[in-house]
Write a protein that binds this ligand. Structure first.
Ligand SMILES: C[S@@+](CC[C@H](N)C(=O)[O-])C[C@H]1O[C@@H](n2cnc3c(N)ncnc32)[C@H](O)[C@@H]1O
Length: 263
């Protein structure tokens, strides 16, 4: 991604999300959102982690740029296709994982993002527009959206990328099993797959089963850790929240080769 695009986008995000919050309130929200995803993740299915203005700002201004940088770092360690016409972003949130992939392409693909949460859909639309990407966000269930892709022609699926960033772990086990079956069928019809998840094993007990199940489609997986000097203001937010992030880490599964060395 062009550094200037990232810097301009980050500055616009800061203006958009810090207008109504003090730095202290924002820092507290970053910590609270992290706790919701880590210590209190058992509550996720019943209680939205985005239940306050502060947490929504933390999601949009701290975690979204971090996820964009992490996706970018992960995909740079693969030879994933960058000549696609369409990206479908399952559990798109703020739309940053598909944005990172789209920005690697010479001709930006059109993006369709699917999420159940209405607030994130507006944020995704805003982000794609700010980055000059053609994006369309739809409220819906990602398992159903993936199944609907089976109606598309093989020619269309052969130029479609399917990305799920930090979202498959939020599904109930039965929905995840349905998604795996659908992904399996979509891969045999030519779709290009990218799944990203946290490195923490406890969040992804299903990971190895997915990798084994999809191995016939030459899907590869690996853990990626990249040293990073976070750009301002992310470094400041990270330090203030007590994280002092020095590396980006992610688990990636994709229909491409993955190089996993640290650095
Ligand atoms: C941790 S966020 C990640 C968002 C985004 N992909 C990113 O990379 O930052 C997980 C997202 O998955 C969405 N999600 C969870 N279950 C879903 C479902 N069944 N259908 C669609 N979206 C879902 C949540 O609303 C949330 O926005």
């Amino acid at each position: 991604m062009d550094n200037a695009v990232f810097t301009t986008w980050l500055a616009a995000l800061e203006q958009r999300h810090l207008a109504e919050l003090t730095r202290q309130e924002f820092t507290r929200a970053v910590r609270a959102l992290s706790a919701r995803y880590v210590q209190r993740r058992g509550q996720l299915p019943d209680r939205s982690p985005l239940d306050s203005a502060g947490k929504r700002a933390a999601f949009a201004l701290f975690y979204a740029p971090l996820h964009l940088l992490t996706t970018q770092a992960a995909l740079a360690r693969t030879d994933v296709r960058t000549d696609l016409e369409t990206l479908v972003d399952l559990g798109c949130g703020t739309g940053v994982s598909s944005a990172a992939w789209a920005l690697m392409q010479d001709t930006p693909p059109s993006i369709t993002g699917i999420d159940t949460h209405p607030w994130v859909l507006d944020e995704a639309r805003w982000n794609w527009r700010a980055m000059g990407l053609p994006g369309h966000a739809v409220r819906g269930d990602m398992v159903t959206a993936a199944r609907n892709l089976l109606r598309h022609s093989n020619a269309s699926l052969a130029t479609t990328g399917l990305i799920a960033g930090w979202s498959v772990n939020e599904l109930a086990q039965s929905d995840r099993a349905r998604l795996l079956d659908t992904v399996d069928q979509l891969l045999s019809r030519g779709v290009t797959l990218v799944v990203l998840e946290p490195l923490a094993r406890g969040v992804t007990p299903w990971w190895d089963d997915w990798v084994a199940h999809l191995a016939t489609h030459r899907v590869c997986a690996g853990d990626i850790k990249v040293d990073v000097d976070l750009p301002a203001p992310l470094a400041g937010f990270s330090k203030a929240a007590g994280f002092r992030k020095k590396e980006l880490g992610v688990r990636v599964m994709t229909s491409a080769t993955v190089r996993t060395s640290h650095g």
